[in-house]
Ligand binder design. Structure first.
Ligand code: HAM
Length: 427
């Protein structure tokens, strides 16, 4: 068949036929999204949903023209009116656009927003990198306190913990303000320039376009060249140093372990001060379950008020894959409580009537519509995970009593039709 799914994207199905594809089962997504909504609400974040595409300039101005995302990975197209639009590669810029446009700062002095939205990046194909991925993200706007940073980090940490994930590492760094970064960039270039030919091809390019990005290259040649490189932490001004040390001591007090990693710089240009990432061992090279940081200058840069902000994004594909890899406890797959099998046309009508009544009181019931053999109906009921079945033939209609059979145990019990609802409401 010619109509195959595009590269790097996937379907989320009730049950993926491929064992390896279990992470795409929709009930897992519903579960994770349910946990997100609970945690985000408890931390005071309210949901925002932005359109799938924005004007291209929004991403160019915010993420930065030299970033991999803007220079290589955006899905940009012209609409029929000749405007350049881009499928959102990340959530921060669109949320800031909405914040500025709707003047949300006039509503509340601090806005705490969260989202669960698909993102689009034209990535080289590899495990853990998709061309459409889904992010749980939060953006807290209006607060420059280090407490806000710690609340954000703790929120991601709590979300992952509540899913039962273990053995994660929190990587923490401060990249200071623009001035510190400029000074650091010069120092790094000076350090790397005699080693330029030893760097990977990508990093040789980054040396001129965005040298800080060389720091988080995974290429061994780059890592080797970087040993002994200056640390950005030595370039911070007093304000940034104090902010960072408060973040660290608050995390310590909360019992959240962290690794200070001066090479963590992140791939988007808008950050300043605190940046962080949480990684999991199970994910291989693409091991970041989520990351983010402070971006105090972005709103002003986009034409809005001069307000500080902090946020993160967490990739749900990777979160769900880690859940499965770690065999974290999962909720049962929701399934039909009762599957009814009528015998003959008269009982089909009665069955349909009964099923409708039960559904009106929120009992999940299905019934057999076709006239296939009883054995096939039973096989189907088993396949959809129905907890009980009952067969409704002339005898049952005449006596007004059905036999409820529990599929898993085979146990049966006789139930008068008028008591069926009460019986099923007990589970
Ligand atoms: P990001 O690090 O580009 O940050 O993405 C956040 C997370 O999304 C990553 O840690 C990873 O879990 C997941 N992710 C990113 N790209 C892919 C991909 N191609 N396939 C699968 N998962 C992926 C941001 O996007 C920032 N907007 C986060 C943020 C919010 N910073 C402040 N506020």
């Amino acid at each position: 068949m010619d109509y195959q799914i595009a590269k790097g994207v996937f379907d989320i199905l009730p049950k993926d036929p491929d064992e390896e594809g279990k992470w795409r089962d929709s009930h897992l997504w519903q579960y994770v999204e349910w946990v997100i909504r609970g945690v985000a609400f408890e931390y005071g974040f309210r949901e925002i949903r932005t359109p799938l595409f924005e004007k291209t300039e929004l991403f160019q101005r915010s993420i930065g023209n030299t970033s991999d995302i803007v220079s290589k990975e955006m899905y940009t197209f012209q609409d029929k009116g000749g405007r350049s639009l881009t499928l959102r590669p990340e959530g921060t810029a669109p949320v800031m656009r909405a914040f500025i446009e709707k003047r949300l700062d006039q509503q509340f002095p601090v806005q705490k927003l969260f989202y669960i939205m698909p993102m689009f990046r034209y990535e080289r194909q590899q495990a853990g990198r998709y061309r459409q991925h889904h992010q749980f993200g939060v953006e807290a706007i209006g607060n420059d306190s280090p407490y806000q940073d710690v609340e954000g980090i703790d929120l991601l940490y709590t979300f992952l913990n509540r899913l039962g994930l273990k053995g994660m590492t929190l990587h923490l760094n401060s990249i200071g303000d623009q001035e510190a970064r400029n000074r650091y960039r010069s120092a790094l270039k000076e350090f790397l320039s005699p080693l330029l030919s030893q760097l990977s091809e990508d990093s040789q390019e980054r040396f001129t376009t965005n040298p800080l990005r060389i720091l988080d290259s995974k290429d061994e040649r780059d890592q080797k060249a970087l040993s002994g490189a200056p640390s950005i932490l030595d370039f911070l001004n007093d304000d940034c140093k104090e902010h960072f040390s408060t973040v660290c001591s608050l995390l310590k007090k909360m019992g959240i372990e962290y690794n200070i990693n001066p090479r963590l710089v992140r791939g988007l240009d808008y950050y300043n001060k605190t940046v962080f990432e949480i990684t999991a061992n199970e994910l291989g090279a693409q091991n970041s379950l989520g990351g983010g940081g402070r971006y105090d200058g972005l709103i002003k840069q986009l034409g809005g008020p001069d307000l500080p902000a902090f946020g993160f994004g967490s990739g749900l594909e990777r979160v769900i894959q880690t859940l499965l890899a770690q065999k974290a406890p999962l909720p049962p797959v929701p399934s039909t409580l009762l599957f009814m099998i009528p015998m003959g046309d008269q009982s089909k009508e009665r069955c349909f009537e009964l099923m409708t009544q039960l559904r009106r009181v929120h009992i999940p019931v299905e019934m057999e519509y076709s006239d296939r053999k009883l054995k096939s109906s039973l096989r189907y009921a088993d396949a959809i995970g129905a907890r009980y079945i009952c067969v409704l033939g002339e005898n049952e209609l005449a006596s007004g009593i059905v036999e409820l059979k529990e599929m898993r145990t085979g146990a049966t019990e006789k139930v008068p039709l008028q008591d069926l609802q009460k019986r099923l409401q007990h589970g």
